[in-house]
Write a protein that binds this ligand. Structure first.
Ligand code: NAD
Ligand code: MN
Length: 483
């Protein structure tokens, strides 16, 4: 498929090249510092072109067991005993190597998962490096992180991650675990294994001792085998609420520590005194960032009744200008939907939205012929009971409702099984405090949206999960802190 097959929104095509690095024809599993053949393999495709990029190993119980054994050996003999400042040096080295190879990681991330290069280049990869830098700094300062406490490591950590931020989620998981003296077995998502495997190569280049990080690719069964393994001391999962619930059941009574980062249905609330143009940008970023494949996406817009018509008009005008197309093109705003399966889920819920009586709007532009695409979509005339208001769509689809008073906005915003994030747009500081304390959400942004930083804890209430990642809260999930 050539770059010309993609639409470029009236701009000259500006694709990032993909010829300055190597993607191997196939990848084995990274276990105990060595590349180990899996009994089976599966393909990973480019969702923007439907082309096969590479083949990766499908780890079964035996390989998962081998990886956990490798992690245990490295934990007992080496990593947990290493002077913390030495551990920190390895983390610094990994962070620097990610920076040096940033362009390669960004392109591979966009090819394997479909996200725009602008995002993988400016968000995913720099934040992944930042997570390693941040936690490198903590490695030898844990006793200052928790003053007066005894701080020690936990052991072997089993980590399972999703396909929406593949490298970044690997960094969120691996960096704090290693900083605190634990060893890791990580399972990437089936549609986006490549940047985790490239990270394994980078970790080898960094000279990290064998077994400290193990990467086993595979599907849900592989994740389940890892989480259920009796020699895993802590489980860290990011993904769907359904799988999160199953994991919570499986770890119950085992003594394993766990953190779960699950779905969301965030309310983005715009008051009549808000700076409207900035709010429109925030709404667009909130729901269309990463095609809406974002657990904290601002997927429900609440706009104060008095300005609803104006905001929706401006929003539609702005959406008309978004470029949907080649993820590798630097002009692209909205890339490919991550998989055919996810596209089917989105289409199904959008149909439900129409059937239930909400009013759908999409911009006039087309989408590329091959690959998985969904236009940015708005729904007005939504009711609280509509499934598109209650359920996570995980795609570029925004459900719009109106409100009259702050109390009404809080009541409607909190009326969901989720509680991960939220946004408030207003000129008035006191209203920000009222709203942010009233919303049951782990993260609430004010006059901005989707801002992330390794120093800031992230996580949810209710069915959005349990535990926090990032900052001191995230660090405490990877060590034993006893006072
Ligand atoms: P999923 O929860 O099935 O997959 C996430 C990860 O868990 C993958 O690595 C997968 O292989 C693994 N997994 C699957 N079943 C498992 C099991 N029983 N035990 C252990 N690991 C298991 O998510 P999905 O099917 O890819 O997506 C479904 C929906 O989940 C999406 O539509 C979206 O709503 C939600 N989702 C949320 C996030 C998030 O960041 N919160 C990420 C991805 C998907
Ligand atoms: Mn892929």
């Amino acid at each position: 498929m050539s770059a010309n097959d993609f639409l470029s929104g009236g701009f000259a095509a500006a694709p990032e090249s993909s010829d300055h690095f190597e993607i191997k024809k196939s990848y084995d599993l990274f276990i105990d510092g060595k590349w180990v053949k899996a009994p089976k393999q599966f393909e990973t495709i480019n969702p923007a072109t439907d082309e096969v990029i590479s083949r990766v190993g499908f780890a079964g119980k035996k390989e998962v067991n081998q990886a956990v054994k490798g992690a245990r050996k490295a934990y007992d003999n080496l990593w947990s005993k290493m002077p913390p400042a030495e551990r920190g040096k390895y983390l610094f080295r990994i962070a620097r190597l990610i920076q040096e190879r940033a362009r390669e990681f960004a392109v591979v991330e966009s090819m394997d998962g479909g996200k725009p290069i602008r995002e993988s280049r400016d968000v995913d990869v720099p934040l992944a490096a930042a997570h390693f830098f941040y936690h490198a700094g903590w490695a030898d300062k844990l006793k200052y992180a928790f003053p007066g406490a005894e701080v020690s490591s936990i052991g072997v950590v089993g980590q399972v991650i999703p396909w929406n931020f593949p490298l970044l989620m690997a960094a969120w998981k691996i960096a704090p675990a290693l900083a605190c003296g634990n060893t890791v077995v990580l399972k990437p998502a089936e549609t986006t294994p490549l940047t985790a495997l490239k990270l394994a190569e980078l970790i080898q280049d960094a000279g990290l001792p064998p077994g400290v990080v193990n990467i086993v690719t595979g599907a849900g069964d592989t994740g389940q085998a890892l989480i259920e393994h009796p020699d895993v001391d802590k489980v860290a999962f990011t993904g769907s609420t359904a799988v999160g619930k199953a994991i919570r059941r499986s770890v119950a009574g085992t003594g394993k520590r766990f953190t779960l980062e699950l779905g969301g249905k965030a309310a983005n609330i715009v008051f009549e005194d808000a700076p409207i143009n900035e709010a429109v940008e925030g709404i667009v970023n909130g729901i269309f960032f990463n095609q809406g494949h974002v657990c904290c996406a601002g997927s429900r817009l609440f706009v104060q009744e008095s300005i609803a018509d104006k905001v929706i008009k401006k929003l539609k005008k702005r959406i008309e200008s978004l470029v949907v197309g080649n993820p590798l093109d630097k002009n692209t705003d909205i890339g490919a939907i991550n998989s055919g399966e996810q596209l089917a889920r989105i289409k199904n819920l959008v149909k439900v939205g129409k059937d239930e009586g909400a009013c759908m709007w999409q911009p006039s532009g087309g989408v590329p012929r091959k690959g998985n695409w969904f236009k940015p979509t708005l729904f007005t005339e939504c009711a609280q009971s509509h499934r598109i208001v209650q359920e996570e769509i995980f795609g570029p689809v925004l459900a719009i409702q109106t409100f009259r008073t702050p109390q009404e906005a809080i009541a409607k915003a909190n009326n969901t099984p989720y509680g991960l994030s939220g946004g408030v747009w207003t000129d008035k500081g006191s209203k920000i405090f009222k709203m942010t304390t009233g919303l049951n959400a782990g993260v609430v942004w004010a006059n901005t949206f989707n801002k992330f930083d390794p120093t800031s804890p992230f996580g949810g209430y209710k069915e959005s999960g349990i535990g926090r990642e990032g900052g001191l809260h995230g660090l405490s999930a990877y060590c034993q802190v006893s006072y």
